[in-house]
Design a protein around this ligand. Structure first.
Ligand code: HEC
Length: 121
């Protein structure tokens, strides 16, 4: 009786461990390291790349396109919701300069999945 139980527990925990390994493989920590060149060329590219990819892949940033004002909102969300260290002064200016230039609004009708709003122009 005990043996059956032990075997069942063993099988279950092996299955769990295997599932865990599969999950771990697709987690962000296991991703290939990225280089700043995944971002479009531009002044301050490397600084912005390292600031933003400290927490997540560049794909989250690259998927978006915003005006400078909207990028400023995104940064506020990073600070308020995700504990990003607030950017100030020149750092903030340089980051917004780069983001607005490298990732401009994607055009009329583009619905930003993050801000859940459709771009008007
Ligand atoms: C302190 C950590 C941290 C830093 C630094 C950070 N972010 Fe984020 N960001 C997050 C987290 C957490 C999410 C949510 C990730 C998810 O949903 O998988 C996120 C999501 C995003 C998203 C996508 C949101 C969506 O749902 O589509 C964008 C865009 C974004 N970040 C932009 C930036 C930019 C630009 C920078 C650099 C200026 C930056 N982030 C730096 C933590 C951070």
């Amino acid at each position: 009786m005990m043996r059956w139980f032990a075997a069942a527990v063993m099988a279950a925990s092996l299955a769990f461990a295997a599932g865990g390994a599969v999950l771990a493989q697709s987690s962000p920590a296991e991703r290939e390291p990225e280089e700043p060149t995944v971002f479009p060329d531009g002044e301050n590219r490397d600084e912005v790349f390292y600031t933003c990819t400290a927490c997540h892949g560049s794909d989250l940033v690259r998927a978006q396109g915003h005006s400078r004002e909207r990028w400023a909102e995104v940064l506020s969300i990073m600070v308020e919701k995700h504990n990003m260290a607030p950017l100030e002064g020149e750092d903030l200016k340089r980051t917004l300069d780069y983001l607005a230039k490298a990732f401009p609004p994607k055009g009329r009708g583009y619905t930003n999945p993050f801000l859940n709003r459709t771009t008007a122009n």
